[in-house]
Design a protein around this ligand. Structure first.
Ligand code: CUA
Length: 395
């Protein structure tokens, strides 16, 4: 026997002899769940209970997060309700949901079996009075069991790989039909630039797409780019998330069938106002979409009755950052304002587009969106009114 083993042997022997000499009553107390009894067992058990409780709490929290995932609403103004990943209304979101549910069912069954066996083992073989005196039967190895828990998981993982890769390939290999709408979405801190190169339209924060109907499939194919940091395009009811990465172009497509407004948001932390980088996908009927395209293709309206407002706008630094088509305002840093009033929201969904909010925004953008890159221009009340009046002509 080596000296190390020898030491271990004597230490064990000493522990056993201490136990043997113990008063029977104290010994019985140790096995009770009485927190006041002098006990060697209970603190560990309590710690274990504490850990289980914490794990259950964490699990419940995670479930709540999943249930509320995608819940977005403008900070000022009406909400658009919950945008649940569990209520998809477009491809590829529907296909993703079906795959997810199948994967969840398989993993859920495994969880139920494993947790069930674990609970059974904990209850059936729990600590009982007198257990210290005997040793449970010691079992070493079983070829059948080891074979089963090696082969079975391999088969399950193989099924999961096949199911997932079939869905991924289905979505990625979709080729745009000739009727498809092509749009480019560019992420900025903290708003979305939207371009339709084939239609000659530039807008922001509200992506209009046509609904596919029985007569024709008309998906929208998106090129995703970033002007600064990494963002992520996520409209839960239409599709999964796809990142917008600087110096890289990612692709995705959506094919909604039900007209309506679908809220989404940036799903990749991108700085202070990441949470208020909301995107709205407005799904129009094919006729409404054509009308929207025609309106957006018009040059900016030139109303002579807001000459003072025009002067205030073009006399300030607004033109350095914003474009108004057909005017000298050709800034690229902020959203295109050519048809500002056709949009339902301001500041990337942070506020609804009302006169009051627009005035608040022009006076001091930081009041609506702290840290946003549009500065307070220190305009006088009169100038604010004039600029707002001019902006409201941009229909
Ligand atoms: Cu953009 Cu987060």
């Amino acid at each position: 026997m080596s000296s190390h083993n020898e030491k271990l042997f004597f230490a064990l022997q000493e522990e056993v002899s201490v136990r043997d000499k113990q008063d029977p009553e104290t010994f019985a107390n140790e096995t009770k769940d009485d927190s006041t009894a002098p006990s060697l067992v209970c603190p560990t058990m309590r710690l274990r209970h504490h850990k289980i409780f914490r794990a259950v709490l964490l699990f419940a929290f995670a479930l709540t997060c999943v249930a509320f995932a995608g819940h977005v609403e403008p900070v000022l103004g009406k909400t658009d309700g919950v945008t649940s990943i569990l209520r998809p209304l477009s491809q590829p979101a529907q296909e993703i949901k079906e795959t997810s549910l199948l994967v969840l069912a398989i993993c859920g069954s495994i969880f139920a079996v494993v947790a069930g066996l674990l609970v059974y083992a904990i209850v059936r073989f729990r600590h009982r009075a007198g257990d210290e005196l005997s040793e449970p039967p010691q079992v070493y190895g079983s070829n059948q069991i080891e074979l089963a828990w090696t082969v079975l998981p391999i088969l399950i993982v193989f099924v999961l790989i096949l199911v997932t890769s079939r869905t991924v390939a289905d979505i990625q290999n979709r080729k745009p039909p000739p009727t498809a709408v092509q749009a480019t979405v560019i992420g900025h801190q903290w708003w979305w630039e939207i371009r339709y190169p084939e239609l000659g339209i530039v807008t922001a924060n509200e992506l209009h797409v046509p609904a596919s109907d029985r007569i024709g499939s008309r998906p929208t194919f998106l090129k995703l780019q970033s002007a600064d940091v990494a963002h992520s395009f996520w409209v839960p009811q239409l599709s999964g998330k796809t990142d917008l990465i600087p110096n890289r172009e990612n692709l995705m497509w959506i094919e909604p069938t039900i007209p309506g407004t679908y809220p989404g948001n940036c799903a990749e932390y991108c700085g202070t106002q990441h949470a208020r980088m909301l995107i709205r996908v407005v799904v129009d009927s094919p006729r409404e979409f054509e009308q929207w395209v025609r309106e957006q293709q018009q040059p900016a309206s030139v109303e002579t009755n807001e000459a003072e407002g025009r002067k205030a706008f073009f006399g300030n630094s607004c033109v350095n950052c914003h474009t108004i088509a057909g005017t000298s305002a050709q800034g690229k840093f902020g959203p295109d304002l050519t048809h500002l009033m056709s949009r339902e929201t301001l500041a990337s969904g942070a506020a609804t587009n009302t006169t009051d909010n627009l005035r608040l925004w022009v006076r001091d953008p930081q009041k609506i969106k702290v840290g946003c890159l549009m500065p307070n221009m220190q305009l006088t009340d009169n100038e604010v009114d004039q600029v707002v009046a001019y902006l409201q002509t941009l229909k």
